[in-house]
Write a protein that binds this ligand. Structure first.
Ligand code: ADP
Ligand code: MG
Length: 238
């Protein structure tokens, strides 16, 4: 069963076409990586799935629901941004709790749920702190905790590790994969980093210039690149 489906999605900003006939099927529980150079349209795809941007043409489905006309809060998705976008004046606890408060979840349920999610990410000792008192990796964990707290059907991550140093990045890759497997949540993960794509994706979607160049397992795109772009970007050296 597919959990996210894009059919013939086209997107223009003014006269510039940034997505051209994008067709994508992300399976239930799959970890899909969207990879491509800067400006290839990766963030735009995530923003269209999340409802932060309208598509010019085409259909987007989440589960069996066509979501084109639904506002972001009515789509069963959560997104993590590169910048983390934490609220600086709120504690870690309140940052994580924010989506539940907005949905008017009862107080005692909020506290229980925040502790559950914080425990999964090793954040329990940090719940009273403000974001400025956290390391980069800790901030990223808070952003992830806030995203998963409402049990979204789909988890969208836009270059979440690009602000971290190499060692921490490796650690967080493993942590994100472990969490994704535990929760079984369908994930679309954006990166411009080939190694990240190859090591994390169940499948990889390679983008260039607003078009999907290839979709396949890391093994397939590496050993059987569909065209010279994919070969140059990800494939085995000739
Ligand atoms: P990526 O995430 O792969 O780097 P983006 O999806 O951010 O690429 O951008 C794709 C193209 O759309 C780029 O040419 C970018 O300049 C353009 N673009 C992105 N957002 C906007 C916007 N709000 N207004 C106009 N052009 C935009
Ligand atoms: Mg981007």
């Amino acid at each position: 069963m597919s959990s996210v489906r894009l059919q013939g999605v086209t997107k223009h900003y003014g006269t510039q076409q940034v997505l051209a006939d994008v067709r994508l099927d992300v399976q239930d529980g799959e970890f899909m990586v969207l990879v491509g150079p800067s400006g290839s349209g990766k963030s735009t795809i995530l923003r269209c799935i999340a409802g932060l941007e309208d598509v010019t043409q085409g259909d987007i489905f989440i589960g069996s629901t066509r979501v084109n006309d639904l506002p972001p809060h009515k789509r069963d998705v959560a997104m993590v941004f590169q910048s983390y976008a934490l609220y600086p004046n709120l504690s870690v606890f309140e940052n994580i709790a924010f989506p539940l408060r907005a949905a008017r979840v009862p107080k005692q349920d909020v506290a229980r749920r925040v502790r559950e999610v914080a425990a999964r990410l090793g954040l329990e000792p940090l719940l009273a702190r403000k974001p400025r008192a956290l390391s980069g990796g800790q901030r990223q964990r808070v952003a992830i905790a806030r995203a998963i707290i409402r049990n979204p059907q789909v988890f969208l991550m836009d270059e979440p590790l690009s602000n971290l140093d190499a060692k921490l990045r490796g650690q967080m890759r493993a942590e994100i994969l472990r969490l994704q497997r535990q929760l079984g949540v369908t994930t679309v993960f954006v990166t411009h980093d080939q190694v990240e794509a190859m090591t994390m994706g169940d499948r990889i979607t390679v983008m260039d210039d607003g078009r999907i160049q290839q979709v396949g397992t890391p093994h397939e795109v590496y050993h059987r690149p569909a065209n010279t772009f994919v070969a140059g970007f990800l494939g085995a050296p000739a």
